[in-house]
Design a protein around this ligand. Sequence first.
Ligand SMILES: C[S@@+](CC[C@H](N)C(=O)[O-])C[C@H]1O[C@@H](n2cnc3c(N)ncnc32)[C@H](O)[C@@H]1O
Length: 288
Amino acid sequence: MGNPMTASTAAGEKSREFEFGEHDFNELRTLVKKETGISLSDAKRELVYGRVSRRLRALGLDGFRTYRQLLAQGDQKEMVEFCNAITTNLTSYFREEHHFDYLRDRFLLPRVADARASRRIRIWSSACSTGEEPYSIAMTVCEAIPDWRKWDIKILATDLDSEVLARAESGVYAADRVRGMGARRMAAHFTERRQAESTSYQVKPEVASLITFKQLNLMHRLPMAGPLDVIFCRNVVIYFDKDTQRDLFGRMSKLQQPGALLMLGHSESLFKVCDDYALIGKTIYRRS
Ligand SMILES: C[S@@+](CC[C@H](N)C(=O)[O-])C[C@H]1O[C@@H](n2cnc3c(N)ncnc32)[C@H](O)[C@@H]1O
């Protein structure tokens, strides 16, 4: 896999503004994985080149090597810029897996174990991008609750971007998007679709039936009635200033009752933003 890519990269370099070799791509994708939890496949090479080139131009740097050195020196401000540049719409299945572990072990399984606990569950994936996040939630629910069909469970998945939302709703993923999911999970939740030259994977209708997709701008009024047991608001508020974040989390907290959960992205925090929640785990908050 490596060599043909190197050759094509070398061939393409003449027309490129900056040299971008195999080593540059691999170093940057290792960094992205470490910082954001996102695994970048080979298919994301051009995206990385395009997005990071903009950073090079903004900083007046001469090449990727210099940029990598800057990040390696621990420039935190630029690390955030770098992650933002890469992750605009990026997402992946079971990204930041500890949230799904927590959801299963500390929220779903205790409910299963307690016969008197409510069988009504409402979860909101508030910036769902191409759908990996809400489908990961739905899969976690199906795996944790054997008789989930008898429960009243709804997952709302929203995003500002209608294009990513349409892709989310289709529930079809290329092989590189589901890589690493494990054979058991693949067999349980996906149907393989073979076409002439490629294989894609369709989320099974039963899993998808838990989710409702809707377009929603988080800057606008939140039309849902609540109460919401869990809100996933991950890797979206990094793009908002603090006042906008204060306003948003103030409105979200009104949709949740004490004890409800809020999951944020890896570089996001409610510190000096919202006092309605207590930090109870790595980017996991509980409504006070
Ligand atoms: C990096 S993705 C995050 C996807 C997923 N939550 C995750 O963590 O993997 C950010 C998403 O936020 C969406 N977004 C940005 N601004 C938004 C807004 N004002 N309202 C709703 N969605 C927004 C983008 O369209 C994009 O799909």
